[in-house]
Write a protein that binds this ligand. Sequence first.
Ligand SMILES: CC(=O)SCCNC(=O)CCNC(=O)[C@H](O)C(C)(C)COP(=O)(O)OP(=O)(O)OC[C@H]1O[C@@H](n2cnc3c(N)ncnc32)[C@H](O)[C@@H]1OP(=O)(O)O
Length: 155
Amino acid sequence: MPMGLKLNKEIAMNQTLSTYHMIMPKDLNPRGTLFAGSCANFMIEGGFLTAEAFLGHPHMVFFGMNGMKFVKSVEKGETVSVTGTVVDAGKTSLGVFVTVRFLHTKELAAQSYLTFVSIDENTGRPVPHGAKLDNLTEEMKAHQMTYRKLTAIRE
Ligand SMILES: CC(=O)SCCNC(=O)CCNC(=O)[C@H](O)C(C)(C)COP(=O)(O)OP(=O)(O)OC[C@H]1O[C@@H](n2cnc3c(N)ncnc32)[C@H](O)[C@@H]1OP(=O)(O)O
């Protein structure tokens, strides 16, 4: 078996993944705190990596973001953890709850619910991902309910 395949299997089904970012001058708004667009970028990247680790492959696209909140400003030089948790698995879609927290105090800076859709790597069209979510904690069940409410409106 090719090494890549074995590695993919080993990381597959991880439900939670964290990345870290030190806030640099390029990430700031004119007030000198973390720019919302940079923070959204961290959340999309962190959410994507979480979904990739869960499925064991990167063949998916980002569809949308709901319930995005920025609750506390982050200053230059601080480090934040970006943690994604898969909270819902549909036929082709995954719902990922992402938080941005101050590294040392763990205080919440921002959060959002993201949707990723599994695609055929050749056609770019949605394909079933075949993954299921088992053993959800009460906290994850609550996030799943919120995710479903936030994504219920389809236009
Ligand atoms: C990581 C990146 O940067 S990727 C780059 C940025 N993203 C992109 O360019 C994506 C561009 N968009 C697309 O290619 C398409 O719109 C797609 C593939 C996302 C969706 O294509 P559609 O033909 O609309 O797909 P379809 O109707 O089958 O829906 C796909 C899934 O999205 C879900 N979905 C549809 N609308 C919504 C919504 N408003 N909120 C959440 N999920 C939704 C569907 O329920 C379905 O999931 P399920 O199979 O688990 O039930």
